[in-house]
Ligand binder design. Structure first.
Ligand code: MN
Length: 741
């Protein structure tokens, strides 16, 4: 199936470069061609074509947009850093900073695992890697979907950063879509869908109709092949008839406008397959009804001529109500400007008419790239470009805070790529929202607090339900409660109360914060209670949290509260925290001096040490050494009253625990309503854990039993566990370690 296609020659590329390129410009492009050709020489596309043909076509698509030469060069080199041995440093050296920045930008969009590129390395020449391998059906593999989202998120953010990078990305996607038929079938659908959902809307956002329509038709062709074929066939079949009719209409219009002294270029308006399909769906009409609508476009010298032409047309034929739109006075948010209308023509059937100036036309076709079609230094074009860039930046502003990639992409899909409606505040300020927005969306858009407190809404003076869809021109007044909170219902998609991702995120954040606060309090309580029971205080929560991988203690408390973090894990950490070398005296009543191996005395290896009898330290306790006269060091708990009170601070030594597994005597106290078998239950439990009891004292006073035990445990984790188990025995009120001193 591999065809022996040859490399597209350099001449072909040079021919298509914008005519205003200087010799030096052309030279840059030529050099980029040579470098890319050399670098990709061994690589092939799935079609069997040399890989360089992809780069050349991308460069061609870009040069059709008349972008500056560095962008065309970057288009040629866009896959070199990722797929060949060429480095960014090479590119900077040979082509300068701009080209390097652009190639870097494109590479970064796809730098994660190779996803979302729709690229077509054939199996040979590229280590057998297939770039679309990571693209999968989202429902099947959540993680890969995350990676895809992250790539898309970066692409969107690049819109506000450097729109040229997005242009290269779009050209790349366009060629990959043109050659999608060569991709393995399982990948086609996913790539096509992504193109329809993301890349075509992206092109639309940038106003580049020339790329948008082709992406849409190619995407549609793979996503819904039957429907595509059906429409395409009918479309071709009816073409001669349609074109003949259009000729008549055009002649008719020319003479009509000439009679009224309006100079106009008239053309039939090309329609593409996907737009016909969308129209059929939206208006729920069969193909004939949609296709029968003939469409013409008038290009006139200036704005007054637009309205003059409209007036002539409306007075000659009957306008169809609801079909008139003035996008000159109110441009679409991708800056599209034109007058749209539809009238009933002489044959009693409708024609659609678009009227615009030449400049509006260029803007409509090339959008943000129109800028480069004007001679440099044209003030108006520059201003227009600035405005577009600013609006893209503004659009990305709050969104760059959304760190969850999937949520970010979803918000672009619902909030940015949708049609917009224009809503007025009671003061008359206009706010644009995605079509389908409700009063709650509006409220959140105005201010987060107004959203939280929203309880009702008046639209154009009348009370409406909160699920009511807002329409362009509506004036909305939000009725708020003094202290309000969002309702969980607002997040229920079936109720249709909230439409924008922006409002949705704000509501979610509110709930999460509430829960976090409750969890925080609960988590802190739990931990403090447990520490008290273990007789530990002076714990540095911030350090503990960091050791467990949290940024702050509060985060740790929240996770403790919501059960993400088991308390045992925290206790275990305390137990391990002290680096130790070993031993303790098993019998607290004797406590002879032991060898230095018992404990690691920092900086003083080999010194004798013994456990202090006053506080019975055990591994996990924060300890300190105290230099005694003639007996080496005594190890105390850091919170031992004797240590806290000592005036001889210079005799204190920093010490830590060793690793040898031994047991340590710990005094505990148990309080219970006395009952038969209580003591034997406790001792069974201890023997179950192989814990030795070194000493027991029982005191019963008015049916309250007070048990004092000295038990020998391995570490804090075991102590914690055993205290919990004792507390769970019938009649036991509390079990805890007794305080030092
Ligand atoms: Mn590519």
């Amino acid at each position: 199936m591999k065809s022996s296609v040859t490399t597209i020659p350099l001449e072909k590329l040079l021919e298509q470069l914008p005519e205003n390129y200087t010799l030096a410009d052309r030279e840059v492009v030529q050099r980029a061609y040579r470098v890319a050709e050399e670098a990709h020489r061994e690589q092939k596309r799935h079609s069997g074509e040399p890989y360089i043909n992809h780069c050349i076509t991308v460069a061609n698509i870009l040069s059709d947009l008349k972008v500056p030469p560095e962008v065309v060069a970057a288009g040629l080199l866009h896959d070199t850093v990722e797929d060949t041995t060429i480095t960014l440093a090479d590119i900077r050296r040979d082509f300068g900073d701009t080209v390097k920045i652009l190639v870097d930008g494109v590479t970064k969009l796809t730098h994660l695992p190779r996803v979302s590129r729709g690229d077509q390395h054939a199996d040979n020449g590229n280590n057998g890697q297939e770039t679309e391998d990571a693209i999968v059906v989202p429902a099947l593999l959540g993680r890969k979907e995350d990676i895809v989202s992250e790539t898309l998120r970066k692409t969107f953010l690049a819109m506000g950063d450097d729109v040229r990078v997005v242009l290269i990305k779009l050209a790349d996607r366009l060629h990959n879509m043109r050659t999608l038929g060569h991709m393995p079938e399982r990948k086609r659908m996913r790539i096509a869908q992504e193109t329809l959902e993301i890349f075509a809307p992206l092109a639309n956002r940038l106003g580049i109709w020339q790329i948008k329509w082709e992406l849409e038709d190619l995407g549609f062709r793979y996503v819904n092949p039957e429907k595509y074929k059906e429409i395409a066939e009918l479309f071709t079949e009816k073409r001669p008839e349609r074109e003949a009719q259009l000729e008549f209409i055009k002649e008719n219009l020319v003479s009509l406008l000439a009679k009224n002294n309006i100079k106009a270029e008239i053309s039939g308006r090309p329609k593409h397959i996907f737009s016909i399909y969308k129209k059929m769906q939206k208006k729920d009409k069969p193909f004939d009804m949609v296709m029968d609508v003939r469409a013409v476009r008038l290009i006139v010298p200036d704005v007054p001529a637009c309205y003059a032409a409209l007036g002539v047309i409306h007075t000659t034929w009957r306008p169809i109500p609801g079909e008139f739109d003035d996008y000159i006075a109110a441009p679409k948010d991708n800056f599209y400007q034109s007058l749209h209308t539809a009238v009933i023509y002489e044959d009693k059937r409708p024609i659609e008419v678009q009227i615009r100036t030449h400049e509006m036309h260029i803007n409509a076709e090339y959008g943000i790239a129109a800028h480069w079609r004007y001679k440099e230094g044209t003030k108006h074009a520059d201003k227009n470009y600035e405005q577009r860039i600013n609006s893209l930046r503004k659009m990305m502003e709050w969104r760059s805070d959304v760190s969850d990639a999937a949520e970010f992409v979803e918000s672009m899909r619902t909030d940015v790529f949708q049609d917009r409606v224009y809503i007025f505040t009671p003061r008359g300020d206009a706010i644009d929202l995605p079509a389908g927005s409700t009063p709650i969306d509006f409220a959140y858009h105005v201010h987060t607090d107004i959203g939280h407190c929203c309880r009702g809404a008046r639209v154009n003076g009348k009370l409406v339900p909160l699920y009511q869809e807002l329409k362009t021109g509506d004036q909305v007044e939000i009725l708020t409660a003094k202290r309000g909170a969002p309702s969980r219902d607002w997040l229920n998609p079936n109720l249709g109360l909230v439409r924008t991702q922006r409002a949705r995120s704000k509501i979610k954040i509110w709930f999460k914060k509430q829960e976090d606060e409750q969890n925080l309090v609960q988590g802190r309580d739990t931990l403090e209670r447990e520490l008290q029971r273990l007789g530990l205080n002076e714990i540095n929560f911030e350090k503990t949290a960091r050791d467990l991988g949290f940024k702050t203690a509060d985060e740790m408390f929240v996770d403790l509260g919501n059960g993400e973090l088991p308390i045992g894990k925290v206790i275990k950490l305390f137990a391990q925290q002290e680096e130790v070398s070993d031993i303790f005296e098993v019998n607290p009543s004797v406590t002879p001096a032991t060898s230095t191996n018992a404990i690691e005395v920092v900086g003083l290896k080999g010194m004798l040490s013994s456990m202090a009898k006053c506080c019975n330290p055990m591994p996990g306790d924060q300890v300190v050494g105290f230099i005694t006269r003639g007996r080496g060091a005594t190890i105390h708990r850091q919170d031992c009253p004797n240590i806290l009170q000592t005036k001889d601070r210079e005799r204190l030594l920093q010490v830590g625990w060793g690793h040898v597994e031994r047991t340590y005597p710990v005094p505990i106290k148990i309080k219970a309503y006395d009952r038969q078998g209580l003591v034997s239950d406790i001792s069974n439990l201890l023997s179950d854990e192989s814990i030795n009891i070194a000493d027991v004292k029982v005191n019963v006073n008015r049916s309250i039993a007070d048990l004092r035990l000295i038990i020998e445990v391995k570490d804090l984790a075991q102590l914690s566990r055993i205290l919990t188990r004792i507390e769970n025995l019938p009649n036991v009120m509390e079990a805890h370690r007794t305080n030092p001193g």
